[in-house]
Design a protein around this ligand. Structure first.
Ligand SMILES: Cc1cc2nc3c(=O)[nH]c(=O)nc-3n(C[C@H](O)[C@H](O)[C@H](O)COP(=O)(O)OP(=O)(O)OC[C@H]3O[C@@H](n4cnc5c(N)ncnc54)[C@H](O)[C@@H]3O)c2cc1C
Length: 396
């Protein structure tokens, strides 16, 4: 996503751009859904993507229900829920195919003050005036720019599930397909919202509901137990869904019966598969080194509450192309880009930690605890998770 945005914006400034993607096949579904907003749509449109086509599923508001399922807070915030692949296709369609190369896994990078060369696993190589590392959370390029970046575990995991629309009980359907629904057991948070169904299908009856439930798990034995699979292997980062032990799924479902609203208790057993994802974030100390720049998840990863992964990627790409212009002074442009986006990346990561405060009381100072008090109320949570635009604005 970040790479395509950078490619599109830089081409508008007259750059010649080639994109090298590790995957040998077209990228397909990555995560269940992306909730979009006018700021993101404006950026994608500026990049050249056609945003006038059917885009996603409108949700009108955010609501919080209590353990009994009664609405206790409501915040009107119209948004469009769409899918990662839908966005990717919109961008991909605008980028020339002959400059998009699949099956190119970057394994080595050589750079001097003027040029960068990259080597691929297939034995080929490429060179240019600038390398943009848009290679995601496990970036290879990052180690050449910001060696010290280490992911930080948030202290909780996210259970994710998808429920097909046809399986959603009729009495819940209307509410669940027009709103982003929250339930907030103490120290936990579960959210549902509609997304496209298999094959990016947006037709009523063919869509899905995306569920994500944040539950605390101490680093060490508690987290390791969750990530230990049916064969006794303990995974780090994430665990393949079919390998999650049945007793872990059973314990999760029993806990759901204890703490969740009936809407969510009804939905969870309808999901054919549940995914378990420990929540991490990290921040790079640098986004530029020589003629190499980092953008998107390669540079900063915020906790998912912020919902800004794609918006941040597109914002980085836009800022990079604006700072570089037509490339008359690339080094000065890269310095401008880093000065502008480093604080924004930090602010987004920090905001993710702030939003996670209702899950883990690990704030560093008393003043931050007080500032976060509002976020502990149901209305505060649904209002503040909607506060995206101010984070990514270019002005400090
Ligand atoms: C499983 C998953 C679920 C997600 N769910 C959500 C969500 O629900 N909402 C949301 O807002 N965001 C979500 N995100 C994050 C969101 O997709 C990203 O923030 C957004 O796509 C911008 O990321 P990016 O382009 O920087 O990195 P990515 O989308 O990760 O793209 C990086 C690309 O670089 C390629 N690559 C990696 N290493 C190499 C290499 N050595 N050589 C060549 N190519 C390489 C990868 O194959 C990949 O295609 C999710 C991400 C993932 C991975």
């Amino acid at each position: 996503m970040a790479g395509l945005c950078a490619g599109l914006f830089l081409r508008q400034r007259g750059w010649s751009v080639d994109i090298y993607e590790r995957s040998s096949e077209e990228l397909t579904s990555r995560g269940a859904g992306i909730v979009s907003h006018p700021e993101l749509l404006a950026l994608l449109s500026d990049a050249g993507a056609r945003t006038d086509t059917e885009f996603g599923i409108p949700v009108e508001d955010r609501r919080v229900v209590d353990r009994a399922g009664k609405i206790i807070a409501r915040f009107r915030y119209p948004q469009i829920a769409t899918s990662w692949t839908r966005l990717l296709h919109m961008l991909g369609d605008a980028f020339p195919r002959e400059h998009y190369h699949l099956g190119k896994n970057v394994t080595a990078i050589f750079s001097d003050a003027q040029r960068v060369q990259i080597d691929f696993a297939d034995g080929t190589s490429a060179a240019g005036d600038l390398l943009v590392g848009a290679d995601g959370v496990r970036s290879t390029v990052r180690s050449f720019v910001s060696r010290e970046a280490e992911p930080l575990y948030a202290g909780y995991v996210g259970w994710r599930a998808l429920v097909r629309e046809r399986d959603v009980p009729a009495d819940l359907h209307g509410e669940l397909f027009s709103t982003m629904l929250f339930c907030l057991p103490s120290g936990e948070q579960i959210i549902s919202y509609p997304v496209a169904g298999p094959g990016d299908d947006l037709r009523p009856g063919h869509r899905s509901l995306n569920l994500i439930w944040y539950v605390p798990a101490e680093e060490g034995s508690e987290l390791d137990a969750l990530l230990t699979d049916i064969h006794g292997t303990t995974h780090s980062g994430s665990i393949p869904p079919p390998l999650i032990r049945p007793e872990i799924i059973a314990a999760m479902r029993a806990h759901a019966e204890e703490v969740l609203a009936p809407q969510f208790r009804a939905l969870l057993p309808l999901a054919p598969q549940t995914f378990l994802q420990p929540i991490y974030d990290f921040e790079s100390q640098h986004m530029v080194r020589g003629r190499i720049a980092l953008i998107g998840d390669a540079a900063f990863v915020a906790r998912p509450h912020v919902g800004a992964g794609v918006y941040k990627a597109a914002g980085d790409a836009h800022a990079l192309s604006a700072a570089l212009g037509e490339g008359r002074d690339i080094d000065a442009g890269l310095r401008r880009f880093e000065a502008e986006r480093l604080p924004i990346g930090r602010r987004i990561v920090d905001f993710g930690r702030y939003l996670g405060h209702c899950l883990r009381d690990d704030f560093y100072t008393e003043s931050r605890r007080l500032a976060a008090a509002h976020h502990r109320s149901p209305l505060g949570i649904i209002e503040e998770t909607a506060r995206l635009a101010f984070l990514c604005r270019n002005a400090p």
